[in-house]
Design a protein around this ligand. Structure first.
Ligand code: GTP
Ligand code: MG
Length: 200
C-alpha cells in the first residue's frame, strides 16, 4: 500500500470525542517506550508525525492520524510506566481500556512487544485481557535491528511458545524495525487487506 497522505487530526483523553464517522482504525499499544510512535512514523514515512522520545511516557493521549483520507492510525499511551505513579498509571489505564472496549471503529489493535526481552507478565496479562474481551489484535515485535544473529528468531519462538500455553490459535504477528524499515510492507499490506475486506 502506498501512503499518499497522513495528517494529524485530534488528541484527547475521552473516547467519546474521537472522530465521528466510520473509517476503520488501527491502534498501536504496548509498554511505554516499546516504539509505538516510532513505528507509526516509519509506517507512514512521516518522521515527525507521532511524537517520540527516549524517555518513557511520552504519549499521554489518544492520537488520531488520518491516512489516505479513508482510514485512521491511532497512537495510544503506553502502559506500565512505573514513574507515572499509581494515580497516573490508573488514569492512563482508564484511557486505554475505555478506548479499546468502546471504540467501535477500532478494526485491529497492534500489540507491540520489544523483541529483545523475554515474555513479560504485564504484556501477557494484557493479551489475556484482550482475549477475554474479544478484541481483535495482532502482535508486532519491535526493535529487531537491536538483535544480532539468531537471537531475534529465538526470542520470537520463545514468545510464541509461551502464548501457545494460553491460546489454541496464535494471532498474526509481524517483526519490525523503525530504524531500517523491516516489516513495513507486511504491516501495511495486512492493513490494506482488512480495509479491502471491509469495503466488500
Ligand atoms: P511512549 O509514547 O512513551 O509510550 O513510547 P513509545 O512506545 O511511543 O516509544 P517511542 O516510539 O517514543 O520510542 C522509544 C525509544 O525507542 C526512542 O528512543 C526510539 O528512538 C527508540 N526506538 C523505537 N523504535 C525503535 C527501533 O525499531 N529500533 C531502535 N534501535 N530504536 C527504536
Ligand atoms: Mg509514544
Amino acid at each position: 500500500m502506498n501512503i499518499t497522505s497522513a495528517e494529524f487530526v485530534i488528541s484527547n483523553t475521552d473516547v467519546k470525542k474521537c472522530p465521528a464517522g466510520n473509517f476503520p482504525e488501527y491502534a498501536f499499544i504496548g509498554r511505554s517506550n516499546v516504539g509505538k510512535s516510532s513505528l507509526i512514523n516509519m509506517l507512514t514515512g512521516r518522521k515527525g508525525l507521532a511524537m517520540t522520545s527516549a524517555t518513557p511516557g511520552k504519549t499521554m493521549l489518544i492520537n488520531h492520524f488520518l491516512i489516505n483520507k479513508n482510514w485512521y492510525i491511532v497512537d495510544l499511551p503506553g502502559y506500565g510506566y512505573a514513574k507515572r505513579g499509581q494515580k497516573g498509571q490508573e488514569q492512563i489505564q482508564k484511557i486505554i481500556s475505555s478506548y479499546i472496549l468502546q471504540r467501535e471503529q477500532m478494526t485491529n489493535l497492534f500489540v507491540l512487544i520489544d523483541s529483545r526481552h523475554e515474555p513479560q507478565s504485564i504484556d501477557l496479562e494484557f493479551i489475556e485481557w484482550l482475549g477475554e474481551n474479544g478484541i481483535p489484535f495482532s502482535l508486532i515485535f519491535t526493535k529487531a535491528d537491536k538483535l544480532k544473529g539468531g537471537k531475534l528468531g529465538a526470542n520470537i519462538k520463545l514468545y510464541l511458545n509461551r502464548l501457545k500455553e494460553q491460546w489454541e490459535e496464535l494471532p498474526p504477528y509481524f517483526i519490525t524495525s523503525s530504524e531500517d524499515k523491516t516489516g513495513r510492507e507486511e504491516v501495511l499490506n495486512y492493513i490494506e487487506g482488512i480495509n479491502k475486506e471491509l469495503q466488500k
